[in-house]
Ligand binder design. Sequence first.
Ligand SMILES: [Ca+2]
Ligand SMILES: [Ca+2]
Length: 170
Amino acid sequence: MSRRVRCSVKDSMCLILVSFSLVQAQQHVEIDFAASRHKEYLFISTFNLSWHKAFEYCRGQGMFLVSIQNREELEAVKDTINMSGFWKKNHYLHMWTSLNDIGEEGQYYWASTGTRTQLDLWRDTDPNNSQHDTCTDEDCVALVHFRDLTVTYGLDDRACSSEFMFMCET
Ligand SMILES: [Ca+2]
Ligand SMILES: [Ca+2]
Protein backbone atom coordinates (compact mmCIF):
# COMPACT_ATOMS: atom_id res chain seq x y z
CA MET A 1 0.00 0.00 0.00
CA SER A 2 1.48 3.33 -0.97
CA ARG A 3 -0.15 6.67 -0.50
CA ARG A 4 1.14 10.18 -0.27
CA VAL A 5 -0.28 13.66 -0.39
CA ARG A 6 1.36 16.42 -2.40
CA CYS A 7 0.38 20.06 -1.94
CA SER A 8 0.88 22.74 -4.51
CA VAL A 9 0.82 26.30 -3.20
CA LYS A 10 0.55 27.60 -6.75
CA ASP A 11 -2.65 25.72 -7.44
CA SER A 12 -3.96 25.77 -3.89
CA MET A 13 -4.88 22.15 -4.12
CA CYS A 14 -3.76 18.96 -2.59
CA LEU A 15 -3.07 16.12 -4.92
CA ILE A 16 -3.40 12.61 -3.75
CA LEU A 17 -1.32 9.84 -5.18
CA VAL A 18 -2.71 6.38 -4.84
CA SER A 19 -1.24 3.21 -6.23
CA PHE A 20 -3.24 1.59 -9.02
CA SER A 21 -4.43 -1.22 -6.80
CA LEU A 22 -6.03 1.34 -4.53
CA VAL A 23 -7.60 3.42 -7.29
CA GLN A 24 -11.21 2.89 -6.39
CA ALA A 25 -14.10 5.20 -5.73
CA GLN A 26 -13.48 7.04 -2.49
CA GLN A 27 -16.58 9.01 -1.61
CA HIS A 28 -15.01 11.40 0.86
CA VAL A 29 -12.01 12.50 -1.17
CA GLU A 30 -11.77 14.23 -4.53
CA ILE A 31 -8.84 12.61 -6.30
CA ASP A 32 -7.19 14.80 -8.91
CA PHE A 33 -4.04 12.79 -9.22
CA ALA A 34 -4.19 9.08 -9.88
CA ALA A 35 -1.73 6.46 -10.96
CA SER A 36 -1.72 3.50 -13.29
CA ARG A 37 0.82 0.72 -13.17
CA HIS A 38 3.10 2.75 -15.39
CA LYS A 39 2.15 6.40 -15.09
CA GLU A 40 0.75 8.99 -12.76
CA TYR A 41 -1.86 11.39 -14.09
CA LEU A 42 -2.79 14.98 -13.24
CA PHE A 43 -6.16 16.11 -14.64
CA ILE A 44 -6.48 19.89 -14.97
CA SER A 45 -10.13 20.86 -15.33
CA THR A 46 -10.22 24.14 -13.41
CA PHE A 47 -8.76 26.23 -16.25
CA ASN A 48 -8.17 25.94 -19.99
CA LEU A 49 -5.00 26.49 -22.00
CA SER A 50 -3.93 26.33 -25.64
CA TRP A 51 -2.18 23.09 -26.64
CA HIS A 52 1.31 24.63 -26.46
CA LYS A 53 0.65 26.29 -23.10
CA ALA A 54 -0.81 23.04 -21.73
CA PHE A 55 2.33 21.24 -22.92
CA GLU A 56 4.49 23.83 -21.12
CA TYR A 57 2.36 23.65 -17.96
CA CYS A 58 2.87 19.89 -17.74
CA ARG A 59 6.62 20.26 -18.25
CA GLY A 60 6.59 22.83 -15.44
CA GLN A 61 5.13 20.12 -13.20
CA GLY A 62 7.90 17.70 -14.22
CA MET A 63 5.34 15.84 -16.33
CA PHE A 64 4.23 15.54 -19.96
CA LEU A 65 0.96 16.19 -21.76
CA VAL A 66 -0.88 12.88 -21.72
CA SER A 67 -0.53 10.08 -24.28
CA ILE A 68 -3.02 7.22 -24.68
CA GLN A 69 -1.25 4.37 -26.40
CA ASN A 70 -3.38 1.39 -25.50
CA ARG A 71 -6.66 0.35 -23.90
CA GLU A 72 -5.11 0.13 -20.44
CA GLU A 73 -3.97 3.73 -20.64
CA LEU A 74 -7.38 4.83 -21.95
CA GLU A 75 -9.04 3.17 -18.97
CA ALA A 76 -6.55 4.81 -16.59
CA VAL A 77 -7.30 8.23 -18.12
CA LYS A 78 -11.06 7.63 -17.87
CA ASP A 79 -10.68 6.48 -14.25
CA THR A 80 -8.72 9.64 -13.41
CA ILE A 81 -11.47 11.83 -14.88
CA ASN A 82 -14.23 9.84 -13.19
CA MET A 83 -12.57 9.96 -9.78
CA SER A 84 -12.03 13.73 -10.00
CA GLY A 85 -15.79 14.21 -9.75
CA PHE A 86 -15.71 15.98 -13.12
CA TRP A 87 -18.87 14.31 -14.44
CA LYS A 88 -20.91 15.49 -11.44
CA LYS A 89 -20.54 19.08 -12.65
CA ASN A 90 -19.93 18.82 -16.39
CA HIS A 91 -21.74 17.43 -19.43
CA TYR A 92 -18.90 17.26 -21.93
CA LEU A 93 -15.13 16.92 -22.05
CA HIS A 94 -12.67 18.50 -24.48
CA MET A 95 -9.23 17.66 -23.11
CA TRP A 96 -5.88 18.14 -24.82
CA THR A 97 -3.66 15.12 -25.34
CA SER A 98 -0.09 15.21 -26.65
CA LEU A 99 -1.14 13.73 -30.03
CA ASN A 100 -0.44 16.09 -32.93
CA ASP A 101 0.49 16.35 -36.61
CA ILE A 102 2.31 19.67 -36.28
CA GLY A 103 5.47 18.23 -37.89
CA GLU A 104 3.78 16.81 -41.00
CA GLU A 105 0.13 16.96 -41.94
CA GLY A 106 -1.58 13.64 -41.35
CA GLN A 107 1.36 12.05 -39.51
CA TYR A 108 0.31 11.82 -35.87
CA TYR A 109 2.76 11.43 -33.00
CA TRP A 110 2.38 11.52 -29.23
CA ALA A 111 4.64 14.41 -28.23
CA SER A 112 5.13 12.90 -24.77
CA THR A 113 6.61 9.64 -26.07
CA GLY A 114 7.65 10.38 -29.67
CA THR A 115 5.68 7.35 -30.84
CA ARG A 116 3.03 6.93 -33.54
CA THR A 117 -0.53 6.39 -32.43
CA GLN A 118 -1.49 2.71 -32.43
CA LEU A 119 -4.95 2.91 -30.92
CA ASP A 120 -7.70 4.03 -33.32
CA LEU A 121 -9.83 6.29 -31.16
CA TRP A 122 -10.73 8.80 -33.87
CA ARG A 123 -14.32 10.00 -33.93
CA ASP A 124 -16.27 9.18 -37.09
CA THR A 125 -15.56 12.49 -38.85
CA ASP A 126 -12.01 13.02 -37.59
CA PRO A 127 -9.23 13.74 -38.19
CA ASN A 128 -10.61 16.31 -40.64
CA ASN A 129 -7.98 19.08 -40.37
CA SER A 130 -10.74 21.71 -40.56
CA GLN A 131 -9.62 25.07 -41.92
CA HIS A 132 -10.47 27.81 -39.38
CA ASP A 133 -8.98 30.70 -41.36
CA THR A 134 -6.23 31.17 -43.93
CA CYS A 135 -3.53 30.44 -41.34
CA THR A 136 -5.24 27.98 -38.98
CA ASP A 137 -6.11 24.33 -39.46
CA GLU A 138 -6.26 21.49 -36.93
CA ASP A 139 -2.98 19.90 -35.82
CA CYS A 140 -3.53 19.15 -32.12
CA VAL A 141 -5.73 16.40 -30.76
CA ALA A 142 -8.27 16.49 -27.94
CA LEU A 143 -10.01 13.63 -26.18
CA VAL A 144 -13.74 14.28 -26.42
CA HIS A 145 -16.65 12.78 -24.52
CA PHE A 146 -20.28 13.73 -23.90
CA ARG A 147 -21.71 12.49 -20.62
CA ASP A 148 -25.31 12.04 -21.71
CA LEU A 149 -24.69 10.53 -25.13
CA THR A 150 -23.82 6.97 -25.92
CA VAL A 151 -20.87 8.24 -27.96
CA THR A 152 -17.78 6.93 -26.26
CA TYR A 153 -14.45 8.68 -25.68
CA GLY A 154 -12.94 9.70 -29.04
CA LEU A 155 -10.16 11.80 -30.54
CA ASP A 156 -10.77 15.03 -32.47
CA ASP A 157 -8.10 17.16 -34.15
CA ARG A 158 -8.59 20.80 -33.18
CA ALA A 159 -6.84 24.14 -33.70
CA CYS A 160 -3.80 24.17 -31.39
CA SER A 161 -4.69 27.73 -30.28
CA SER A 162 -8.04 26.58 -28.86
CA GLU A 163 -8.11 26.56 -25.07
CA PHE A 164 -9.20 23.31 -23.43
CA MET A 165 -8.64 21.48 -20.17
CA PHE A 166 -5.83 18.92 -20.26
CA MET A 167 -4.10 16.05 -18.51
CA CYS A 168 -0.45 15.57 -17.60
CA GLU A 169 1.35 12.26 -17.10
CA THR A 170 4.66 11.17 -15.65
CA1 LIG B 1 -3.67 18.46 -39.17
CA1 LIG C 1 -11.39 17.97 -36.17
